[in-house]
Design a protein around this ligand. Structure first.
Ligand code: SF4
Ligand code: FES
Length: 240
């Protein structure tokens, strides 16, 4: 089938603002959007900029907005975004992050927010035996959140940063939950202080857009709500 890719372009060296450029591509319904972008890059316009690495939904580098929905180009099949011959697919860079070139965004702010929640196990107690043991049930409490590939699709889908640019965002908050819920972690107070803020868990208004787009099916909004419950329970415990 023949479709049109309507791609947002921007070159900081030559363009004052972004614009859309159209490319015709011959694709199979079972091709991925990444295949179509590679076709443009290889055979039509080598100047098109986008990130990709693994091409299999593992590295998280090809997050972009596809027909207004955030996701990975390598996990998006043409048949799911273009039903008929002649259809147009619009591709834009992720939102809320500065565009460096075409579909490439500067991820610095996204990673600063991720680092702010201390995304690592904190436990200074001596290890009994060879490792810190955990039951399967304890592990299941946060299992889905461990599969985040930091693609920033959720960050782009979330409407909160439009009004509140300091909001930590869904990915960082899901990771805060991941360590708060880890039975081996000992930094609960420190972690709760970070997320018990308007920029943290309380900034979330349950729009569920993050959960809808996450390519790893992480129940992000649910995890943020569980974090809110942890904050409340900790305060109740303090005051009793
Ligand atoms: S939580 Fe999901 S959408 Fe957000 S960065 Fe991680 S994998 Fe991507
Ligand atoms: S290229 Fe690695 S996730 Fe898509």
């Amino acid at each position: 089938m023949n479709i049109t890719l309507n791609i947002q372009r921007y070159n900081p060296d030559t363009d004052e603002e972004s614009y859309f450029q159209q490319y015709q591509v011959d694709v199979k319904p079972t091709d991925r959007l990444l295949d179509a972008l590679m076709q443009v890059k290889r055979f039509q316009d080598g100047s098109l900029g986008f990130r990709k690495s693994c091409a299999h939904g593992v590295c998280g580098s090809d997050g972009m907005r596809i027909n207004g929905v955030d996701g990975l180009a390598c996990k998006t099949l043409i048949k799911d975004i273009a039903a008929h011959d002649g259809d147009t697919v619009t591709v834009e860079p992720l939102r809320h992050l500065p565009v460096q070139r075409d579909l490439i965004v500067d991820q610095q702010e996204f990673f600063e927010k991720y680092r702010a929640i201390k995304p690592y196990l904190i436990n200074d107690e001596p290890v009994a035996g060879k490792e810190r043991l955990q039951s399967p049930r304890e592990r299941m409490a946060f299992d889905d959140a461990t599969s985040c590939i930091l693609c920033a699709s959720c960050y782009s889908a979330c409407p909160i940063p439009v009004e509140q640019p300091d909001f930590l965002g869904p990915a960082a908050l899901a990771q805060a939950f991941r360590f708060l819920a880890d039975s081996r972690d000992r930094a609960t107070e420190q972690r709760l202080a970070i997320v018990d803020t308007e920029e943290g868990a309380w900034g979330c208004q349950n729009h569920f857009q993050c959960t809808r787009v996450c390519p790893r099916s992480i129940l992000i909004t649910k995890r943020i709500n569980e974090t809110k419950r942890m904050i409340k329970q900790s305060k109740e415990k303090e005051s009793s």
